[in-house]
Design a protein around this ligand. Sequence first.
Ligand code: GAL
Length: 678
Amino acid sequence: MRYGGDYYPEQWPEEVWADDVARMREAGVTMVTVGVFAWARLQPEPGAFDAEWLDRVLDLLHDAGIEVDLATATASPPPWLSAAHPGVLARDADGAAYWPGSRQHYAPTSPVYREASRDLVRRLAERYAHHPAVRLWHVNNEYACHLHYDYSESAAVAFRGWLRSRYADIDELNDAWGTWFWSQRFTSFDEISPPRRAPYSRNPGGLLDFKRFTSDALLELFLGEKEIIRAAGATQPVTTNFMGAFPVVDYRRWASHLDVISDDSYPDPADPESFRGAAFTRDLMRSLKPDTPWLLMEQATSAVSWRGANAPKAPGQMAALSMQAVGRGADGIFFFQWRQSRRGSERFHSAMLPIAGTSTRVWREVVQLGADLSALPELPPAAPAPVALVFDWEAWWAIAGPDHPVVLDYAAVAQRWHAALHRMQVPVDIVHPAQDLSAYRIVIASLPYLLSPDAVAALDAFVRGGGTLLVAGFGDVADEHDGFHAEGFTAQLAPLLGARVVEHGGLVPPPPAFELKEPDDVAERLAAAAARPGRREVTVAFSDGRSLTGQYLEEELEVRDAEVLATYADGPLAGKPALTSRGSGAGRALYLATVPDDAGMSSIVAELLDAAGVRAPLDVADQRIEVSQRGDVLTIINHSADQVEVRVTGTDAVTGEVVDDVRLGAFEWRMVRGVRPA
Ligand code: GAL
């Protein structure tokens, strides 16, 4: 179990470094990330390279037994680079430059940026490939965190190149994008630009390809750096820090290129439910590379500095969220950052060592967490979950496009299905629809708008093999170009479902339930849609009198060969099917033609679990308690400020003492092994 944070010695006079290291030892720090924003310190001017200070930092850490996650420092080019080469700057959809003065202002496809950053990485890798302190390489930082999309000239050139390799010729692209519509037909790839500002909505196929291209262009940057690190003879694992369910980068496509997944996570302490969203991202990270423990690379010890209002974490909350990550598969807990900055944009951001010093609660909790983590037993990998939730960036990208029946936030809806399972303590993996699903008992495919033929085959095999599949709204709508299949909606899934959608029926969406990570335009469209007049909900009724509330969509189904489990009870489709089920092989496939509210999701999930005989590892009714499972070890966390009691018998996994029911104070946790299943 590793413990530490981002360490920025370049922000401090050298006299402070010895104190840093002494304090790190006091806090039980075992690894720090060094160099993330050190480009200007490493290359104070063009052509120069000064790493002697870094030699001293690494030696000091190594002598103290602290390992280093060495960053490649490429996330924020120094002002001299763009002053000499303005073409290095990224541009927005209006063509305006993102000027230096913050960070991430570079165009990822700029040949100048690529050459300069690779030169820097080469020097670092050659110097430190065999340094005994270096145990991990940290490439760049949070790709696309601030700069989601770049519309610069270099992006245009690279986009054209990407399109040329995707399409055999320009007419294949024209057909794929449907460019006869609105006279958009291209005669050559050279006429294509990134989706810069246009009078009205843009071609959906072009938008989707631009998102694919952006994720791939960033991956190319990552791979370019990784290749240099390897070429220098470095054998340590290589990572880059992800940001949970982040819209711009298809982390699943990236995952196989990372030796270890690492994630940055900043749930809002002011939101008592934010731990649930954090659980979703932990499960996503674990599922990206199920056989390798992941690292919580960044979190805050207390408040961040970038929300409109920045609440501190409550006493114990930092440990609770850290242990949540451990319980869900992490083998390392890190913070941004080690020592709170005196100057710069993030000076109000909490740190392991606060500016207020070591007499603070934050420092005491940091020291305590270090001690607690070091006392943990070796933890087995997270148990394979019985339930899988489909999450696919391609569907997310397409759904985020304009001109749909309703503005939908794909990730927020998926997160709500996850929350329904989380409230019941049921372990969930987060999967791609085309992967082998045979290990699962239940698969929930929320808004699987875009499904490849491979995904359809995997879902079909899953059902035939005995699984229960719930396709929950807006399923199998579009092809890979965000156009429709010749046979209409649900064309590929119709045989499995015994039903198809003929019209989607948009309802006025609810206001966003979570802090969205969507690019601004989607967030704005969601807010505007939520303010519209019109019907917001539809009632779905079961024959036994139960009902649920549907939102976003009331799809009209044509049922050919399926059982109707529930019908619409109001609205224009009253009496028509809303939930169908069809047996196939040893399993069954259900289609739900709307998106339930939270209570509706809970009742559907409860029924699916019951029918499939899936139970939580521990029976806990209080939804503020979280239970996660790694092998035979359960991590039980109280995410509330109240004292709670949990009925459980087993052995304390840390002390070895017998456990016979546990009482957990505010944000307390306990690890128990040998628990009999509920
Ligand atoms: C992350 C970033 C860090 C720091 C932190 C503040 O997005 O990687 O450098 O800015 O947020 O919360």
